[in-house]
Design a binder for this molecule. Structure first.
Ligand code: GLN
Length: 288
């Protein structure tokens, strides 16, 4: 006898609870809905519908992946960020809600200066899925952007995401170490660099440790290696008065500000994430 949608959903949820997955009910809904090709919001309406054996097998295969700690976004292949859908690949970090703080910081700074509609040039260092650059280009209609990454596969995913969001004609993606091969004259350089202390990697949740790329997480012995690299090289790429805004780990804002001050930047502002941690540091290139 065939199972109903409601029964599959219960089985899926119980399997995820047994595997100690936080948010088991929500993840079960998302994965079952995806494997049955129905919108999650319609699940209650379809509760009594019979599910074919093939669909049941497909749903339980996705549930099994989640039980083994693969994040829902990786299983589905896409993740929402700033209201846009981003494809993921094994070489891209899964965009986090924390990183939306960086987008908010940029937009409030631009809006305060009345510059959101200017022809801005923006770079995103270590662009990964392209989330930061693509989100900003979608908000700043005249801006042009370049995303850099060490990983060719990540750059390809980022290009694809820019095209999907309709900003592909204003985005360029190029392989380089940090921003080392960028030209000059940029208004804004952004980055969510790897900032986890090397020794802390082993203590991260399995979803992060096993599925996010190590290159996007490992910030070296003190977690600050990428900030030092950026601070030492980014000055030459910015206009006078240009701004660098970076995401930082929960306890890193002071150290990161110090690193940029030491290379001639001035403190502009910090911004907190929803959890109350200083998450973004904005530093201004000295005005000549
Ligand atoms: N925010 C990520 C985490 O805590 C780390 C991302 C990064 O290193 N830039 O898992």
């Amino acid at each position: 006898m065939a199972f109903t949608v409601g029964e599959v959903l219960r089985r899926a949820r119980d399997a995820l609870r047994d595997a100690d997955i936080d948010g088991a009910a929500l993840d079960a809904r998302l994965l079952v809905a995806a494997s049955l090709a129905i919108d999650p919001s319609r699940l209650p309406l379809e509760s009594d519908r019979a599910v074919s054996d093939a669909d049941l097998a497909r749903a339980m295969a996705l549930i099994d992946r989640r039980a083994r700690r693969e994040p829902v976004g990786r299983i589905l292949g896409t993740r929402e960020f700033w209201g846009l859908s981003f494809r993921l690949s094994p070489e891209t970090l899964e965009p986090r809600p924390d990183t939306e703080t960086l987008i908010e910081a940029v937009l409030s700074w631009l809006d305060a200066a009345g510059r959101r509609h200017d022809r801005l040039s923006i770079a995103d260092i270590g662009t990964g899925s392209g989330a930061i650059l693509v989100a900003l280009l979608s908000e700043c209609p005249q801006a042009l952007g370049i995303g850099t990454d060490l990983s060719q596969a990540a750059l390809q995913t980022a290009r694809d995401n820019a095209a999907r969001a309709g900003v592909g004609d204003r985005a360029l993606f190029a392989r380089m170490d940090h921003g080392d091969a960028l030209g000059g004259g940029l208004d804004l350089v952004l980055s969510n660099p790897p900032y986890i202390r090397h020794d802390d990697l082993a203590g991260l949740a399995p979803e992060v440790r096993w599925f996010d790329p190590r290159l996007a997480l490992d910030g070296g012995p003190d977690g600050l290696r990428s900030y030092r690299h950026i601070a030492a090289t980014v000055g030459a790429t910015l206009r006078p008065g240009g701004m660098v805004m970076v995401e930082v780990g929960a306890d890193q804002a002071g150290d990161v500000e110090e690193i940029f001050r030491a290379t001639g930047f001035e403190f502009a502002f910090r911004r907190r994430d929803l959890g109350g941690h200083d998450r973004v540091v904005a530093m201004q290139h000295h005005v000549v």
